[in-house]
Each structure stands twice: as structure tokens, then as C-alpha cells.
Design a protein around this ligand. Sequence first.
Ligand code: HSE
Length: 331
Amino acid sequence: MKTIKASIIGFGSVGQGVAKVLLRKNEELRSMGLDIKVVAVADSKTSVVNMNGLDLAHVLERKVSEGIVGDANTTGHDIIRDVDHDLVIETTPTNINTGGVGLQNMIMAFNKKRHVVTSNKGPLALKYNELSALASKCGCAFRFEATAGGAMPLLNLVRDTLAGNEVISIEGIFNGTCNYILTRMMEEHATYELMLAEAQELGIAEKDPTYDVEGIDSACKLVILANAIFGMNVAYEDVHVTGISRITPEALMLAETNGYVVKLIGEVNRQRIQVAPRLVPKGHPLAVGGTLNVASLQTDLAGPVTVVGRGAGSVETASAILSDIISIYMN
Ligand code: HSE
């Protein structure tokens, strides 16, 4: 049995999802020979450490009842620096302007020779190449399936299942909030404002929903795909972005009458990275509804491959994080 000492840094929706999934899959993980012991959890205000392994059910309970995880005020960054462990699960809120604490946490983790698995898009959208180089230099694994499309398998699909293929282009829907708004405006002729409020209630919208509706979140995911899959060296500024906030119900109805749906489509290939609303014929593989994400890859050997899945959600995002953890330790 391999014992892995892990920390969960950031205990919002995704961090709590990871704790739930680790509890739920404990037996399966053990049967694979993996004993994942969470020795530290930090949220934005408090933290708790136990080198024998925390009782995650208790930590979750306390978070729900008291809004905190522990009594200490040691920060996640200090835990990464000072607590002896192997793996940092970095799930702090994303900041796509500066990278936020997530960026500092990842740098510290690599400098302390700890592997990083993350759902945090901001640091990768800003500093992917630097982080990746630092991880290699420090001999650490750096996995981030959850950052681009949540539970929809994409990065690991290309890395593992499509290994040996050249990916020529990727296009798809990378923001569940926009997809939800556009789908419901079209199907129920509801207003944009009402549908945005519903997406916020579902817990899938970013804290600042401008990031969703102006296409910024989709653009960040494309930057991650461009750097990680196409080996490019691009940043957010390199993406041509148009959001959905100016789309009128009339435009949607006109599209529908002509057999189309309107979708916020992200597209990346070696020549171009862009996010823009596009007309998609009904029945087309990219015409998925609700909060779903979809990605169609053009590859040289396998031809077109399309994947659909949930791009957000607590347990769904944790599923991608778990697959990264298993992948690190089973290889
Ligand atoms: N706000 C994002 C979305 C969350 O709506 O897809 C997942 O990155």
C-alpha cells in the first residue's frame, strides 16, 4: 500500500467535493494500493492539521455548521511550506488577473517538491509555461484536468487515450453558465437577467459572472489548452474574445426559426484562438444544451473525437481531480 500525505488548500465547493469523493472512494482507492491521507485542510480563514490523517467527515461537518475547517489561522501557503506532505490539492478561488494565492501556493508546492493537482484556472492561464517548467525542474507532477471543462475528459484524453495523435484543432463549449443562459433563453424565451440569476443559483457561475458572460472564463480555458496541448506560449491577451451579453432574444428566435442554436464557441488551433457566439445547426455535435460543456477535437490519426460532460459542479470537478491523483500515483 502506498501512503500519500495530501493537503486540500481551498475548501469551497470544489475542495469540499474532493473531501467527499475521497471519503466515498476510500475502499476503491485502497484496492488500487493507494492510501490517501489528508493531513491538512485550509480555507480562507482557518486550517487544521493532523499528521495521522484528518477525519474528513468531521472537517466537512464543521465547514457546513460553523463555516470554518479548524481553529488555527495558519494559511494554506504556510501549510504548503511547513507541513511535511507529498501532494497539494489546490482548490482556492481563481483569480485571472494576478493568479491570486493559487499561483503562490503552486510555486511554493513545487519548491518544496510536492506534486500539485488543481482546478484553479487563473494561475495556469497566466503562467502555465513558468509553472510547468518549475514543476519539471523540481521533479514534481503538475496535473490540471479540472481546469478546462471540469469533469469533461480532455487533457488526459489527449495525453493518454489519444497518445500518438497530433491534435489539429479543438472547438467547443467551455462555459456552462453561458450555455445554460443561451439554452434557456432560446427554449423558454426567458430574459438574460433571469437566466443569469438561475445560473448563479445553480452555483456554476463565477463569483464575478462577467468572467462567464464576457467569454473571459472560456478564453482562460483555451489558453490552458493552447499551452498544454499545442505546446504554445500564449496568454489571455492573445485570445479574440466576444461574449454573449449583447445577444438579444430576437436574435435567438431568428436563429431557431432557421434551424440553428446560438452557442458561445471557443476554438483553438496553431493559427488562431478565439471565443465568440456562433450559429450551430440543431443536431450538430456541438449543439448540446443546459450546463453541459462539449469539445470536438480534430486529430491526424483518430479523426474527429467529441466529448461531452459537466464543466462545473462540486463532485464533478472533484472527479477530474481524483483522476489526476490516481494517474500520478499509478504511473
Ligand atoms: N463558471 C464556469 C462555468 C465554472 O460556468 O463553466 C467552471 O469553470
